[in-house]
Design a protein around this ligand. Structure first.
Ligand code: F6P
Length: 522
């Protein structure tokens, strides 16, 4: 059957904020809920003599904030803003969001040196490239591992203080805290500990390069529940454990027993608050915001493509620009008619490779514009800076196609946000097969981001796609995203934790809701 003939599925009973709230009020009344992440959801910064509260460009923070608004509880995170201390007071606690306080943010203070070694060093120069396998060499330095251990202990102390001996669900985020689960369980076995690893888990051969394998894996096996985006990452993790640690693995139930303790390992593809994004896209303020972009872009081309990324080598921005170059080369008929707006949010600029990447993207854009630009037509518009969610939603609305082409990504929420914004069913999504979201968003034009030819071809397909086909594809993308929303992600994780809490004798069968058919080379 041609893709345009496949019917649009109807969304059956999606999880909502309300259903998540009901789950919490009926089943979790007597337990505290504590979330832990490195990145805080609200950062206080000094700008022009004033203090501004900003939300960081973080998929993790934007995905979890609506969940915390619904659940309440405490979010423990690194207080990284230069005005954080001023507004927080001695306890380190502040109620957020400021306009309608719904949960407590407990800020943890790190020294500059701790931040340098644990966050920039071990987490982002060691584990980040190791897990993404984007042909970027990881660096493993003993003093960064020591700082990682020290900061994990610091967070453990704060979580234990927040739990205050009461039963609590502790939900740890990401690769910054591989040792924290074990540290918590050693001190408070009555805590229910879950961790979600937001980046890929590599195959066991790749993981061999990590010098502190056993300690990290032992730390992670302190969890009662360990989640990855994809079944593929769960399988890689089980395989890695099998190779490196004394443990019993039950593949059928996706469980590991190590030192007498069992950890469930499950896929939970993360998502967004679909309705929130859609209503933002429909809001009256969009007109002004779209006007803002029209001014920024100048002469808006007949057909506009967009890319929105943190400037990170895993996101494949230089490769995307090369593909646009090849597209203009191969299709002279589109010169002067197609333009591309690339938003690059500065990220981890303390690391020299990230600074270099910023410079490379800037000079590549200049070369391309020099090569192809003519009259008032500028082929590539590069916007480097931080933009609000409203501004980014307006850019989604203006676009005819969106390119999300990471070399490897755990999930990638930009793809889902673009789709949620397009209530008009317009716009084509070009998506890397190596983003976790490609498993769900199969109606995108799926591309291999390492193949410049394939991506250039996808740009041509996007700009020349018949409207009826583009509409059908977008409708199906929207249905998939509406159904697998952030409340489903959180609800499934909480249900799995509740199952552990009530010590159900029958383990939950591994859910079969990850789409098959997309190959991942790593
Ligand atoms: O993708 C992994 C991740 O930690 C996300 O969870 C987060 O959105 C992103 O990287 C940004 O990272 P950082 O917090 O280092 O800016």
């Amino acid at each position: 059957m041609a893709s345009s003939e496949i019917p649009v599925p109807t969304v059956v009973n999606p999880w909502t904020k309300q259903s998540l709230l009901e789950l919490i009020t009926t089943r979790m009344q007597d337990v505290k809920f504590i979330v832990v992440s490195n990145r805080e959801p609200y950062i206080h910064k000094r700008a022009g003599g004033q203090i501004r509260c900003v939300q960081p460009a973080s998929g993790l923070a934007s995905a979890l904030d609506p969940v915390m608004r619904a659940c309440g509880g405490t979010w423990v995170a690194h207080g990284s803003g230069d005005a954080d201390r001023e507004v927080t007071g001695r306890s380190g606690r502040i109620k957020v969001p400021l306009e309608s306080p719904s949960y407590t943010l407990r800020r943890v203070w790190l020294t500059k040196e701790q931040e340098q070694e644990y966050y920039y060093g071990l987490a982002n120069e060691g584990l980040w490239p190791l897990c993404h396998v984007a042909f970027h060499r990881p660096h493993f330095i003993q003093k960064t591992w020591d700082a990682y251990r020290q900061v994990n202990q610091l967070f453990a102390d704060v979580v234990l203080e927040e739990a205050a001996g009461d039963p609590a669900f502790v939900f740890i985020q990401d690769y910054h805290f591989g040792l924290l689960p074990r540290m918590l369980k050693n001190h408070a076995p009555n805590l229910y500990v879950a961790q979600f690893w937001h980046i890929p888990w590599p195959n066991r051969e790749t993981f061999r390069a990590f010098p502190w394998k056993e300690e990290l894996l032992d730390g992670m096996l302190g969890n009662d529940l360990l989640g990855f985006h994809l079944r593929y990452h769960c399988a890689n993790f089980l395989d890695t454990v099998d190779r490196n640690v004394e443990a019993r693995i039950e593949h059928e139930h996706s469980e590991v027993t190590h030192g007498g303790k069992t950890t469930m390992v499950r896929p939970f593809p993360i998502s967004i608050d679909f309705e929130w994004h859609e209503s933002m896209a429909r809001s009256p303020e969009m007109d002004n915001m779209m006007e803002f972009w029209r001014k920024e872009i100048g002469a808006v081309p007949e057909c506009l493509g967009i890319g929105i990324d943190r400037v990170d080598y895993t996101k494949g921005i230089p490769e995307r620009l090369q593909a646009l170059d090849m597209f203009f080369e191969n299709h002279p008929e589109y010169r002067g008619r197609v333009g591309f707006a690339q938003v690059g949010v500065p990220s981890r600029t303390q690391i020299s490779d990230y600074r270099q990447l910023n410079d490379d993207i800037e000079s590549q854009t200049a070369r391309l514009n020099e090569k192809w630009g003519r009259g008032d037509w500028v082929p590539i518009h590069l916007f480097r800076g931080e933009y609000s969610r409203t501004q980014l939603t307006a850019l989604h609305r203006l676009a005819d196609f969106c390119m999300v082409s990471p070399l490897h990504d755990g999930m990638n929420l930009v793809a889902k946000e673009f789709v949620a914004s397009r209530f008009d069913d317009h716009g084509v999504l070009i998506l890397s097969s190596f983003a976790g979201s490609a498993r769900e968003l199969t109606d995108a034009l799926l591309v291999n981001p390492f193949s410049i030819d394939e991506m250039a071809d996808a740009v041509f397909r996007a700009v020349s796609m018949p409207t009826a086909e583009a509409t059908r594809r977008m409708q199906r993308l929207r249905a998939a995203t509406a159904e697998n929303n952030i409340y489903r992600w959180a609800g499934k994780i909480l249900l799995a934790l509740l199952k552990i809490e009530s010590s159900a004798p029958e383990p939950e069968p591994v859910p079969n809701w990850e789409w098959e058919g997309v190959s991942v080379p790593f």
